[in-house]
Design a binder for this molecule. Structure first.
Ligand SMILES: *Cc1c(COP(=O)(O)O)cnc(C)c1O
Length: 400
């Protein structure tokens, strides 16, 4: 017998990650106060979270959570199809559908799971799922779980998508794309993809985790911003953990598709429902996000201010008009060293390295939110400038 010991394998893999400067470790947040957070005893300004509209600690959102938990408890009790489906989920689904101008919505415990559900419930052996090269990991995993073919096209290349679909004329087809790319901040060419989908009889599915709440009229997201609707995009994903400052997700769109997911998607059926209190908090956040345009306006001003400042300083930002503002570094260790230098100056920015991003494109993923003010952004720009100077003075060669 030639059995591999798993202990040996994971040790070897850890050493390899170490050698490449790709160890990953968690940091522990003790307290949060808006964009400030205490991390292992020090206060840092958070420029890496996804609370784009400043909702996570909004008193109305926290109030809704507490009030609902007091009446309905902290747990989810059971799956939706047993006895976990609560009036709070119903209300959230109804208002979400109204906000996004679609017929129906279905709440999930997380966006990751929702993506698994969509592809698994709709595609199988003999079908094809065509995806952007930079799609979120959950979409890739979803196609793997579904057992369909997965074909990827070059980033934002609708021509590439049509080539992939033409090469697989049999079976059902889906084009799945992020609306806003999570590590790059740029937008998918949704109008072109909608044309491709129509010409090829494919379904277009948009994961709008970073667009909902931020883009388009009333913050309805990437699909609405592209002036598309349920006719062109039968299903889209809204997540609650980003601009809505809560947790969970919903698949929104065509009523027949949504019903099919509710009855057949294994990642929907075989898991405990989101707690009612979480749904109540999300509903409160959704109402605020919809109504309070000033949050989006302030965010847009901050984005413009940050980009102008970065350009003056010659900082190499990727082309993005969303709250995700990546600064390309390239080398993994250099990205880590920059993040450390920023932390020493009181700023928390994430160094994103492969395999989350392609080889040679390690970056600082800077995120802006309605909670940041101009002084904080100016201070970050100054710190980025200094961190870059420090890096150029002493290139990072020591192992991470
Ligand atoms: C965050 C994210 C998800 C996963 O959503 P969760 O609710 O955090 O599980 C899916 N897709 C994209 C593009 C994301 O950025």
């Amino acid at each position: 017998m030639n059995r591999i010991r798993l202990q040996d394998r994971i040790d070897a893999q850890r050493l390899e990650r170490e050698a490449l400067g790709r160890r990953r470790n968690r940091r522990t947040v003790g307290r949060r106060d808006g964009v400030g957070c205490e991390v292992e005893g020090r206060w840092l300004l958070d420029f890496c979270g996804n609370d784009y509209l400043g909702m996570a600690q909004h008193f109305a959102v926290v109030d809704a959570l507490q009030d609902s938990a007091a009446r309905h408890g902290a747990g989810g009790v059971a799956s939706h199809l047993v006895c976990g489906h609560h009036a709070a989920h119903e209300a959230l689904e109804r208002e979400l559908a109204d906000w996004l101008e679609v017929p129906a919505a279905l709440v999930f415990g997380s966006g990751y799971v929702a993506n698994l559900a969509v592809v698994q419930a709709l595609l199988g052996d003999g079908d094809v799922c065509v995806q952007d090269k930079l799609d979120h990991a959950s979409l890739i995993d979803a196609a793997r779980l579904a057992g369909c073919r997965l074909r990827r096209y070059p980033h934002a290349d609708a021509e590439g998508a049509i080539r992939q679909l033409r090469a697989h004329p049999e079976g059902a087809a889906m084009i799945a794309t992020d609306g806003v790319f999570s590590m790059d901040g740029d937008l998918a060419p949704l109008r072109q993809l909608a044309l491709v989908a129509r010409a090829q009889n494919a379904m277009l599915y948009v994961d709008d985790a970073h667009g909902v709440g931020v883009l388009g009229p009333e913050g309805r997201g990437s699909v609405a911003a592209a002036r598309l609707g349920v006719a062109e995009v039968p299903l889209q994903l809204a997540t609650f953990g980003k601009a809505l400052g809560s947790h969970g997700a919903a698949v929104c769109g065509d009523a027949a598709f949504v019903r099919h997911l509710a009855e057949t998607a294994r990642p929907y059926i075989y898991t405990t429902a989101m707690p009612a209190a979480q749904a109540a908090a999300t509903l409160a956040a959704m109402r605020l996000a919809r109504r309070e345009q000033w949050r989006r306006d302030k965010l847009q001003e901050s984005i413009a201010h940050f980009r102008a400042g970065a350009q003056r300083r010659g900082l190499p930002l990727l082309p993005s008009e969303t709250p995700i503002q990546p600064l390309l570094v390239g080398d993994d260790r250099a990205a880590l060293a920059m993040a450390r230098a920023l932390e020493a100056r009181g700023f928390w920015v994430a160094a994103i390295r492969p395999p989350t991003v392609p080889e040679g494109t390690a970056r600082l993923r800077i995120t802006l939110g309605a909670g940041h003010d101009r002084l904080q952004i100016d201070a970050l720009l100054q710190a980025l400038d200094e961190a870059r100077g420090q890096l150029q003075a002493q290139p990072a060669t020591a192992p991470a």
